[in-house]
Design a protein around this ligand. Structure first.
Ligand SMILES: [Fe+2]
Length: 191
């Protein structure tokens, strides 16, 4: 498989005219240009306590990062309201689980969820978050028994998301943090 260095992938995305920066066109570009894993190794950071978020590139239109998942680590159930996002999995394997809200009362922060479909990603397979069903969770299932790295593009960049708790049927906005920025561990982070 012909792979593309991360700097070339970034350059390719920067070249997109604004009107072409659509869900389908970015998806196609990512799917056709699997990343060269060696070129993203500088953006791998690992913690036993949490999956890590590592910023590679950011401009006004999009940000690009790796997420590094130890075996068994999972994201919160979350929703990037009004954001587009794409992901591929160059290392290991991840499960994506989608949810839908069956009952919601925003004034009370109440939301009851139900699982819908799920999918596995590996070998640079690409996914986009469907706008009709944006509530999802990413899991590196213990049975996959290996580390995983995913590559994410978010447009526009954002620093918070809605996080859902199934035990209490509640949701709230939570801030998002980077573990590292352009290959350098952030000073506030303990791995
Ligand atoms: Fe997400």
């Amino acid at each position: 498989m012909k792979t593309v260095k991360i700097e070339n992938l970034i350059e390719g995305l920067r070249q997109f005219a604004d009107e072409n920066f659509t869900c389908d066109k970015v998806y196609k570009f990512l799917a056709e240009n699997p990343v060269d894993v060696d070129s993203i190794v500088p953006f791998f950071f690992w913690s036993k306590n949490f999956y890590t978020r590592n910023l590679i590139y950011k401009d006004e239109r999009f940000e690009l990062m790796t997420l590094c998942w130890e075996s068994g680590q999972v994201s919160r159930i979350h929703n990037h309201a009004d954001q587009r996002c794409w992901m591929s999995v160059p290392v290991g394997k991840l499960r994506g689980q989608n949810f839908r809200a069956v009952e919601i009362d925003e004034s009370k922060g109440f939301c009851k969820l139900e699982e819908t479909d799920n999918f596995n990603l590996s070998d640079c397979l690409t996914a986009k978050v469907e706008l009709e069903e944006p509530i999802h969770q990413i899991l590196n299932l213990p049975e996959f028994n290996q580390r995983a790295v995913s590559l994410h593009i978010y447009s526009k960049p954002f620093d918070s998301c809605l996080s859902y708790c199934r035990d209490t049927d509640t949701f709230k906005e939570v801030p998002l943090f980077y573990t590292s920025i352009r290959g350098k561990l952030c000073s506030s982070v303990k791995l």
